[in-house]
Design a protein around this ligand. Structure first.
Ligand SMILES: [Zn+2]
Length: 464
């Protein structure tokens, strides 16, 4: 990926929730720094012996099936001793740092004013020393309406490039926005009737997969570990433990200040450069934010479990490597349909201008990346529908709002259809037609070549 990233400074001390309760927060900030040390140790030591291949690992499991769960556990590192592969639990491999971390969390729990968070921190401090996270994950899903909230532990497996099994340590402190959270939780409660409205214009049904995803809108306050090392995600859904999700549901946290930083430092600048119409900052940010939230909500809508040739399957299994790009395109397009139907005082013209103006931003991540490919599909599909054109003289985008609206609904229906049929051949043809760099797209990409691709976070020191 292009390294042209705009820096966004995150200053924990500016957060009102942090200022309101410094003694407790200081301990959580220190805990996040220990998580950063843990992550650094994981990076330097590796999840597996350096020379281990995927085939070695799999043949070892075939020879000793009883070791499978320990070897494949997200919470073990694999070491080799006398030519044998030994799974070492995280709480053994990282004992010193975990004891330090657990101690800080217990101290924070002692001075924590919010009972729900106190209970979570106490349990989490224990679970980190056993690698059995069931109890604390269950408590975490139930956290609601806190002034300061936290995730802390081994979560995502993206850093495991060999097998995608091992979890990386990560800490995120975030400050929920009560007003925005209430507003979108309200929208979630009305999702059934909202979907009925969209279905009428779509001309087909949308199914709701899981209504127990609890939404929190928040500002990122501080991060450690994996959360500090990567280009920041605007949202995360946890836990990953299927058993906890089945029993108590899950939470999705959407980070408003990160969305605003991406808008301010990248998206707004691009839109101004690409759109023929001038864009108002405040209205455009609001549109960008609403669309982002509806994008996330849309991931829980549409087909999931399907029948293909009389056999039960899932969309993911049927569409294989094409699934993630189509799923992102669906979330974008359906998210726009929902926003157009749900937001009462939406300026439709500006919304659609921003929607189109924003395709190029994500296409710059690369067409082989899910979001990049998804935006190329939308751009080229809408171009074919003559929803917009690139002006020959100015090289800017002229948008026909009525056609754009119609085309977005049509595209949504097309993708939902492919997903519902589990139609791999159809998906391939669709990708071939739309997921590519057309001359119009190439021209716009050239125009914004020098602009930053995305943002990088810089966490300011809280300790001085
Ligand atoms: Zn998405």
């Amino acid at each position: 990926m292009n390294e042209n990233l705009a820096i966004f400074d995150v200053n924990a001390k500016q957060s009102p929730a942090v200022q309101a309760d410094w003694p407790r927060t200081k301990l959580l900030l220190a805990a996040a720094d220990v998580v950063d040390e843990l992550f650094a140790q994981q990076k330097s030591e590796g999840f597996y012996p350096r020379d281990l291949s995927r085939e070695d690992f799999e043949s070892r499991i075939r020879a000793n099936p009883a070791d499978r769960s320990a070897l494949e556990s997200p919470y073990t590192v694999i070491r080799r001793e006398h030519n044998r592969l030994i799974p070492v639990p995280y709480h053994v491999a990282f004992r010193d740092l975990l004891q330090k971390l657990s101690g800080l969390m217990l101290q924070a729990a002692e001075v924590e004013p919010q009972p729900q968070l106190r209970e979570f921190l106490t349990q989490r401090a224990k679970d980190l020393l056993t690698d059995d996270y069931y109890a604390s994950e269950t408590l975490w899903v139930k956290l609601d309406h806190l002034s300061l909230d936290v995730v802390l532990g081994p979560y995502e497996v993206y850093q495991d490039e060999l097998l995608g099994l091992k979890a990386s340590y990560e800490a995120v402190l975030f400050e929920p926005d009560r007003e925005a959270t209430d507003r979108f939780q309200q929208t979630q409660h009305q999702l059934v009737s909202l979907c009925r409205d969209v279905e009428r214009e779509l001309g087909r049904a949308i199914n709701i997969q899981d209504s127990r995803v609890k939404l929190t809108i928040a500002d990122l306050v501080y991060g450690g570990g994996e959360a500090r090392s990567e280009v920041p995600a605007i949202a995360f859904s946890l836990p990953n433990d299927e058993r906890v999700i089945e029993e108590v549901g899950s939470r999705q946290v959407i980070l408003k200040n990160i969305i605003e930083a991406k808008f301010n430092l990248v998206a707004h600048k691009l839109a101004n450069e690409l759109l023929a119409e001038p864009v108002d900052y405040d209205v455009s940010f609001r549109n960008f934010f609403e669309h982002t939230v509806f994008h996330e909500i849309s991931h829980s809508l549409g087909p999931q479990r399907i029948m293909v040739n009389g056999e039960p399957s899932t969309v993911n299994r049927s569409l294989k490597q094409l699934h993630s790009v189509l799923e992102e395109a669906k979330a974008d397009a359906l998210g726009a349909c929902l926003a157009l139907s749900a937001v009462p005082d939406l300026d439709e013209r500006l919304f659609l201008n921003n929607f189109v103006g924003n395709f190029v931003r994500s296409i710059r991540f690369g067409l082989d990346q899910a979001h990049g490919g998804a935006n190329a599909i939308q751009f080229n599909y809408l171009l074919r529908e003559r929803a917009f054109r690139v002006d020959d003289n100015t090289g800017r985008l002229w948008i026909n709002e009525a056609r754009t609206r119609e085309a977005v609904f049509k595209l949504t229906a097309a993708i939902l259809g492919i997903q519902e049929r589990g139609d791999f051949a159809g998906a391939s043809a669709f990708m071939k037609q739309f997921c590519r760099t057309t001359p119009e797209l190439a021209r716009l990409l050239k125009r914004v070549e020098a602009f930053p691709i995305d943002i990088r976070l810089r966490f300011l020191n809280w300790n001085d």
